[in-house]
Design a protein around this ligand. Structure first.
Ligand code: ADP
Ligand code: MG
Length: 621
C-alpha cells in the first residue's frame, strides 16, 4: 500500500489557521488595528463597507515596511515582533504570532500599500487566497494601508454563516471600542459605508470614553488608581446608579490588551454587590499593568484570554480598589449641623401663639435606669452597641445652646416669618421638643436636614447598612461585643450541615458569637453578638447553612459579607417601629459614619436626597 500522508500546501494550511484567527469581519478589524498600533502610528483610519463583508481597510501613519518585509508579512509565522522563546515572556506588542496577515490573505483579496519614512516610493502587493497576484513599486502615503476585500470569498460555508449586517457591525464596533479605549493617545477615525461613525482625536482616557459613549458618561465615571508591587491599576468605574440591566461597558485591559476574564469580572461585580441589585451590571474600564513575565498571553489565538501567575492576589486587589473608589465617591454630603437654628425649628402653623422655649427637666430621669418608654411590648435593644462617644455624634446640641443662640438673636423668634415650612404633624409633643432635629414619617422614614435640602432615610435600610458595616468591622478586627448566654444552648446538625457550620464558625465567632463544636455534629452556643440578643441563634444558623449551600461560590469569595448582610437584616430595626429622637439621631450619625451610607447592603437606596432647588422647581418658584 502506498504511503498516504502528505504535507498540506501553504494555502490550505493558512486557510485552516485562518479559521482560528479570523472568525468574522470583526476579527480582521482587530488584527489590522493592532498591527497599525504596533507600527507606532498615532493616527489610524478604519474604513468599512457592508459590515466588513465587502471591505475592511486600515490606513496608518506608522513605520511602514520595506519591499521585502511587505512580501514576508504574508508568510505564516512571519513576524518582526519576537525572535527568541524568551521574548514570549516580555511581550510589549499586540501581535507576535505572525499569523494574522497570512490568515487574512488566505481567505480574502488583500491590497497592501506601504512606504517607510525616508523612502520616496512604496510598494503595493495584491494577494488573493494566499496567492500573490502582483507586487510593484508605487507612490503612496508614508505608513501602511491594508484593504481586505470580500472576506471568505473562497470559503462559502464561512461566508454563509456570517450574521446579519447589524450583528456583524456590532462586533466590529466592539473591537473598535476596545482598541480605541486602550489607546486614547492615538487618533481614530472610523467610517462605515462612507459615513463617519467616530472621529476621536488624541486625548486622555476620560475624553476618549466620552467620545465613544457620549457626554453623559463624563458624570458617570469614578477614577480608579492603585499601585502595588504586583500590579498597577488605573481607569474608571461607573457610578452604581448608572449600572445597566444588560451587560454594558465592561472592559479589562492588561498591558493595554483587552481581555476577558470571568474571575476578575467577579471581583469587580462583587465590589459593587452592596450597591447594586443582583440583576444590574456596573460599567468599568480598568487597566492593569503587570510584568509581562507574570502572564501568559499565548493561550488563545485571539489573545483575549490571559493566564496570570497570581490571579488570587489580583482578584483581592481589584476588589478592594474598586470598593475604595466607590467609597470615596460615595462621600456623604455633610449634614449641616451648624445651620441657623431657625431652620431647625418646626414651624408654627399660623395663628398659634409662640411660646418662649423652656427647658424641660425630667425630675425622674435616672441615667442608670434603662427602662424604655414603650413599656407594653418588650422591644429589642437595637442600640445597645452603638457607642455614644463617637466623634461624629457631636451634632446633637443641647437646650442651653439653643437658649444662648436665642439670646444672641440668631434664632428666629417669630417662626411665622420664616420661609421654611415643614409639614410634620404638629402635636404638643413636637412643640415642646423644639430641639428636634429629625422627623420620623409614618414610622418608616427619617427626615433630616442638610444645607441644600433634606434627606429621606429609610430607617430599616439605614440600620441594615450600619449593622452590616459594624459586623464586618468586628469580623475583621476580631473585637466584637459578645453577650454570654446564661444557659448555653446546644444544637444538633446533620453531618452535611455540620461541614457548612465548620466553614462558617471562624467568622461567626469573630463577629461576636461564641459557638463551640460539641461532640459529633453538634455545637453549643455560649454567647451571641450584643446586637443580636433578640434573635434565635438556631434559626440564624439554619438560615446561614441554607444560604451557604445555595451560594457556595459567592460564599467562597465573600463569606464575611454574606454573613454580615444576613445578620444585619435579621437584627435591623424594622420598618414601622416608632423611633425616639435619640434613636433617630443615632441612626443618622452612624449611617453617615459608614463607608457607603447611600445604599443598603443589598444595593437598594438607603437615603434619598431632595434639594431645595428641586423643591422650588416643583413649587414653580
Ligand atoms: P504579528 O502582528 O503577530 O507579527 P501579522 O501577521 O499581524 O503578525 O504581521 C506580520 C508582520 O507584518 C508584523 O510583525 C509586522 O512586522 C508587519 N506589519 C503588519 N502590519 C503592519 C503595519 N500596519 N505597519 C508596519 N508593519 C506591519
Ligand atoms: Mg498582527
Amino acid at each position: 500500500m502506498p504511503d498516504i500522508i502528505r504535507l498540506l500546501p501553504d494555502s490550505i494550511a493558512n486557510q485552516i489557521a485562518a479559521g482560528e484567527v479570523v472568525q468574522r469581519p470583526a476579527s480582521a478589524v482587530k488584527e489590522l488595528l493592532e498591527n497599525a498600533i504596533d507600527a507606532g502610528s498615532d493616527h489610524i483610519m478604519l474604513l468599512v463597507k457592508d459590515s466588513g463583508k465587502t471591505l475592511i481597510q486600515v490606513i496608518d501613519q506608522g513605520s511602514g515596511m520595506s519591499d521585502a518585509d511587505a512580501r514576508m508579512s504574508f508568510e505564516r509565522h512571519a513576524t518582526s515582533k519576537i525572535r527568541h522563546t524568551d521574548d514570549l515572556f516580555a511581550i510589549q506588542t499586540k501581535g507576535f504570532r505572525g499569523e494574522a496577515l497570512a490568515s487574512i490573505a488566505a481567505i480574502a483579496q488583500v491590497e497592501l500599500k506601504t512606504r517607510k519614512s525616508g523612502q520616496e516610493l512604496g510598494t503595493c502587493i495584491l494577494i488573493e487566497g494566499s496567492e500573490v497576484k502582483s507586487q510593484e513599486t508605487c507612490a503612496c502615503a508614508e505608513g501602511t494601508s491594508i484593504a481586505v476585500k470580500n472576506l471568505f470569498f473562497n470559503v462559502p460555508a464561512r461566508r454563509n454563516f456570517l450574521k446579519s449586517d447589524a450583528v456583524e457591525f456590532r462586533h466590529i464596533m466592539d473591537e473598535f471600542e476596545r482598541v480605541a479605549i486602550a489607546h486614547p493617545e492615538i487618533t481614530f477615525v472610523f467610517h462605515h459605508n462612507n459615513t463617519e461613525v467616530f472621529n476621536l482625536p488624541k486625548s486622555n482616557l476620560r475624553q476618549r470614553l466620552v467620545g465613544l459613549f457620549g457626554n453623559p458618561y463624563n458624570a458617570r465615571l469614578v477614577p480608579l488608581e492603585e499601585h502595588t508591587q504586583i500590579l498597577g491599576m488605573t481607569g474608571f468605574i461607573g457610578k452604581p446608579e448608572f449600572a445597566k440591566r444588560t451587560r454594558g461597558e465592561q472592559f479589562f485591559f492588561v498591558n493595554r490588551r483587552f481581555i476577558r476574564n470571568a474571575y476578575l469580572h467577579h471581583a469587580v461585580q462583587s465590589a459593587y454587590s452592596e450597591l447594586l441589585p443582583k440583576d444590574a451590571f456596573p460599567s468599568y474600564f480598568i487597566f492593569l499593568e503587570v510584568d509581562p513575565k507574570t502572564i501568559d498571553v499565548n493561550i488563545h489565538p485571539t489573545k483575549t484570554e490571559i493566564k496570570f501567575e497570581d490571579e488570587r492576589s489580583i482578584y483581592a486587589l481589584l476588589r478592594s480598589s474598586v470598593k475604595k473608589s466607590l467609597g470615596q465617591y460615595n462621600i456623604a454630603p455633610s449634614l449641616d449641623f451648624n445651620q441657623e437654628m431657625s431652620i431647625e425649628l418646626p414651624l408654627n402653623p399660623e395663628n398659634r401663639s409662640v411660646k418662649a422655649p423652656e427647658i424641660k427637666v425630667d425630675k425622674n430621669f435616672n441615667p442608670f435606669n434603662n427602662e424604655r418608654k414603650e413599656k407594653d411590648a418588650p422591644q429589642p435593644d437595637y442600640f445597645k452597641t452603638i457607642s455614644w462617644d463617637k466623634q461624629y455624634s457631636n451634632h446633637s446640641y443641647n437646650q442651653s445652646d439653643l437658649l444662648k443662640k436665642q439670646e444672641e438673636g440668631t434664632v428666629e423668634q417669630n417662626p411665622q416669618d420664616s420661609q421654611h415650612t415643614l409639614h410634620g404633624e404638629w402635636t404638643e409633643e413636637t412643640e415642646a421638643h423644639t430641639e428636634h432635629k429629625n422627623f420620623q414619617l409614618h414610622n418608616r422614614y427619617i427626615l433630616a436636614h442638610i444645607k441644600s435640602g433634606f434627606l429621606l432615610i429609610d430607617q430599616q435600610g439605614a440600620h441594615e447598612r450600619i449593622l452590616y458595616e459594624r459586623f464586618l468591622e468586628a469580623m475583621k478586627e476580631q473585637k466584637a461585643f459578645s453577650q454570654k448566654n446564661l444557659f448555653p444552648e446546644s444544637i444538633q446538625f446533620s453531618a452535611g450541615d455540620m461541614i457548612c457550620i465548620k466553614a462558617l464558625l471562624p467568622d461567626l465567632n469573630a463577629m461576636g458569637y461564641e459557638i463551640n463544636e460539641f461532640g459529633t455534629n453538634s455545637v453549643v452556643i455560649n454567647g451571641v453578638p450584643a446586637a443580636l440578643t433578640e434573635t434565635d441563634p438556631a434559626q440564624i444558623l439554619e438560615g446561614l447553612i441554607d444560604e451557604y449551600k445555595h451560594h457556595q461560590s459567592e460564599f467562597r469569595h465573600n463569606q464575611k459579607e454574606y454573613i454580615a448582610r444576613m445578620m444585619a437584616k435579621k437584627a435591623a430595626i424594622p420598618s414601622g417601629k416608632k423611633l425616639s429622637e435619640e434613636e433617630m439621631n443615632h441612626i443618622v450619625d452612624e449611617l453617615f459614619a459608614c463607608t457607603m451610607p447611600y445604599s443598603t447592603p443589598d444595593g437598594k437606596p438607603a437615603v434619598l436626597t431632595y434639594s431645595l432647588e428641586e423643591l422650588d422647581r416643583r413649587f414653580k418658584k
